[in-house]
Write a protein that binds this ligand. Structure first.
Ligand SMILES: CC(=O)SCCNC(=O)CCNC(=O)[C@H](O)C(C)(C)COP(=O)(O)OP(=O)(O)OC[C@H]1O[C@@H](n2cnc3c(N)ncnc32)[C@H](O)[C@@H]1OP(=O)(O)O
Length: 212
């Protein structure tokens, strides 16, 4: 596993944003204390998603959360480049450097608004920890990391959708069910006739493919 030229890899966002996050601002309790800068083990790193993470099992770990589908390297790199160019996607991963493998991930998406004086809201998406590493505070570590990042980036609030059984997990990190305002509603669409379904990796713009 691992990319052959990691020094040429692109980072989704500026890694230095993670180094001075103040974990004492989070209501989450860590025992022993850990942070994004010091995750507790020398072989563990918390960092932005990189262009080479396709080869480090990033999509495989997402498949422990939901269906990923048959995503090619070209599709991964195109999506990575789109997210990077937008500046609104903070996909953050935990790496086990002993095996050069992704073991956890969470995404902060920034939603730009006109309301509240052109404010920015954070959305917490796609939280997952590799099943062989669960129960070791890594879920809390990655969620607190992106939640503090949202605060650092000026979000006025951060929201998430989750299954009922995970409510205690998110409550322990400071998320609350707001009375009268805690419903998730969805409408699901057939993908077959959508514009994006017809935009395959082959006919997407080739110039945004990263060389690494
Ligand atoms: C916004 C979203 O993306 S929601 C989707 C969340 N992701 C998933 O459901 C994917 C599958 N599940 C996972 O990847 C993991 O179980 C995670 C990310 C939910 C938790 O990761 P872990 O590394 O095991 O969590 P961690 O060790 O930090 O546990 C923190 C606390 O939450 C509790 N907890 C963890 N998972 C669960 C769970 N499934 N149900 C209830 N409590 C839980 C732990 O007991 C622990 O409690 P403690 O602090 O009192 O000891």
């Amino acid at each position: 596993m691992g990319a052959s030229h990691p020094e040429q890899e692109l980072s989704l966002y500026d890694r230095s944003l993670l180094l001075d996050l103040d974990f004492s601002r989070s209501p989450a309790k860590f025992s022993p204390p850990i942070s994004a800068a010091n995750p507790g083990e020398p072989w563990m790193k918390v960092r932005p998603l990189q262009s080479g993470d396709f080869h480090r099992g990033f999509l495989q770990i997402l498949s422990q959360l939901t269906s990923v589908g048959d995503v090619s390297l070209a599709q991964y790199l195109n999506r990575f480049a789109q997210m990077r160019a937008s500046g609104d996607y903070y996909v953050t991963v935990i790496v086990d450097s002993r095996y050069d493998k992704i073991i956890g991930s969470a995404t902060l998406v920034l939603e730009h608004k006109f309301i509240h004086g052109c404010s920015v809201r954070g959305r917490l998406e796609d939280v997952v920890v590799d099943d062989t590493y669960r129960g070791k505070q890594l879920g809390k570590l990655i969620v607190v990391t992106v939640s503090l990042l949202a605060q650092r980036l000026g979000c006025y609030k951060m929201s998430l959708d989750c299954k009922d059984k995970l409510i205690p997990f998110y409550k322990s990190i400071g998320y609350v069910l707001e009375p009268g305002n805690s419903n998730t509603m969805n409408i699901r669409y057939e993908q077959s006739n959508s514009i994006s379904a017809n935009r395959t990796a082959a006919n997407e713009p080739p110039e945004i493919i990263d060389p690494s």
